[in-house]
Design a binder for this molecule. Structure first.
Ligand code: NAG
Ligand code: NAG
Length: 451
């Protein structure tokens, strides 16, 4: 632990030093400032701005924490409260307000579809798939609806955010009304582009099963967070989260993306810029400039380190890529993806013992959370394949030990039982998997030989 802290401190000091050179001069950072100012101005024009009205206190909310330091690169701005995820005890929208938002969204979506067909009848991409009823951007709704929403923001929602996160001068830069019909798919875990996110279910919970918001870092027992119609869930947009699938029925939610006048969110803008340069333009060097600019202001952001690791890998800079993945894994313990990626990379370099240490540490962090009823599917998948990879490493090492006839087989004796346990766990959801079965049989055999 002391070592880890030492590493983090030196990383932060190093990056801080770098930042004093680049912060003011980087054109990418200036670009980020400009897009923020534009977004803020546009938001204020449509959605107004917060004005410091009171009315909320702790008793109006239930809240839980994802842990200090796990709420993204803008957490520092949120006055020590950014790690809290809060939901209101009472509704902020009435039943009829919820119903009218759904109706307006349905109108907007069907008009848009009609327009698209008129423009190009061959385009089918607007068609409702089995899980997607579509989404309506708030900025495109009729003025009377926007005025009504602005009243709700002024009276309730801006003050709510001000009271929870001790921030001021907020606006909505955009928002969505999203509809889905069962069976839908869960979103991938992600951050929103805003500073603060408000999520309000508009559909009566009797009309669907499933749904809610998965919050990375909450215990599986508390996930996903499901709140009633008209209630509000609010959190730092940098908290990793995902909309959860519905199994039956139909569900609409209103999502509001809020930003603050004096927080330009340089790091997350640089991250988005880096991903776009990397994936859309294939411009690896530009992507790296973005990630570096982001890290110069947010040296502890694990997603920026993950981005940098991908660039290094694409350039063939293997050890730099390891370093970035290592930083990501240490900085954000709630997700084991970086650790597992490191294990994979070490396996590819034929270093099964080193890889096993990574898989071990990932599995230790996951514990049995993935085995609980209703556990998040991506966590189950990650844990499953990490157990199999760990067992593969153990087998490789044990096979090597067997080949050395004269040597002691203590390592195999001590590590194989755990690998056998992991393979048995992996067989749980797929008992007929021949590959895992044969691995387990070989592990049992190697253990007999070692004993
Ligand atoms: C907060 O709770 C108090 C006490 O229950 C209530 O009177 C008040 O209206 C609530 N505030 C809001 C904004 O809902
Ligand atoms: C920002 O918020 C503060 C506190 O609510 C207020 O006094 C100030 O006028 C606001 N600034 C602007 C530009 O709206």
């Amino acid at each position: 632990m002391v070592q880890l802290c030492g590493f983090l401190v030196s990383l932060a000091v190093f990056c801080h030093r770098t930042s004093s050179f680049s912060t003011l001069s980087s054109p990418l950072i200036q670009l980020a400032h400009k897009s923020h100012d534009k977004e803020y101005e546009a938001g204020v024009n449509i959605f107004g701005t917060s004005s410091g009205v009171a009315g909320w206190s702790d008793g109006n909310f239930t809240s839980s924490s994802v842990g200090v330091g796990n709420a993204g690169p803008d957490e520092y701005y949120l006055n020590g409260r950014g790690h809290n995820v809060c939901s209101t005890r009472d509704p902020v929208l009435s039943k009829s307000e919820c119903e009218s938002f759904i109706m307006e969204a349905q109108k907007a979506i069907s008009t848009r579809k009609a327009v698209k067909v008129e423009v190009d009848p061959s385009r089918k991409d607007w068609e409702v798939t089995n899980s997607d009823l579509g989404e309506a951007r708030l900025s495109g709704l009729p003025p009377d609806i926007l005025n009504h929403l602005r009243g709700i923001l002024d009276d309730k929602l801006y003050p709510m955010l001000e009271s929870r996160f001790a921030v001021h001068n907020l606006t909505v830069y955009d928002g969505l009304i999203l509809g889905s019909i069962a069976p839908s798919q869960s979103q991938p875990v992600h951050r929103d582009a805003s500073l603060l996110t408000i999520n309000i279910p508009l559909s009566d919970s009797a009309g669907y099963t499933g749904g809610g918001t998965y919050i990375e870092g909450f215990h599986e027992h508390d996930n996903p967070v499901v709140i009633e119609r008209g209630h509000a869930l609010c959190h730092a947009s940098g908290v990793m989260h995902a909309g959860n699938a519905i199994q039956t029925g139909e569900r609409w939610v209103l999502v509001l993306f809020c930003i603050a006048q004096d927080e330009p969110q340089i790091a997350r803008r640089c991250h988005a810029g880096g991903l776009a340069a990397f994936h859309d333009d294939g411009d690896v060097d530009r992507a790296f400039q973005y990630f570096e600019a982001g890290l110069s202001v947010a040296p502890s952001d694990h997603l920026l380190h993950m981005g940098a690791s991908r660039v290094h890998l694409a350039r063939g800079e293997i050890s730099a890529s390891f370093k970035s993945l290592n930083a990501a894994a240490n900085l954000y313990p709630l997700c084991q993806q970086a650790n597992v990626a490191l294990g994979d990379a070490l396996m590819a370099k034929k270093r099964p013992r080193a890889a096993l240490r990574r898989f071990d540490s990932a599995l230790e962090a996951i514990g049995d959370r993935d085995l609980l009823d209703g556990a998040w599917m991506p966590l189950k998948a990650l844990a499953w394949r990490t157990r199999v990879s760990a067992a593969t490493c153990t087998l490789l090492c044990a096979e090597a030990e067997v080949e050395k006839i004269t040597e002691d087989r203590g390592w195999s004796r001590s590590r194989l039982p755990e690998a056998i346990g992991r393979l048995s766990t992996a067989l749980g959801p797929c008992p007929d998997n021949g590959y895992i079965q044969s691995m387990r049989a070989r592990a049992l055999e190697l253990l007999r030989i070692a004993e």
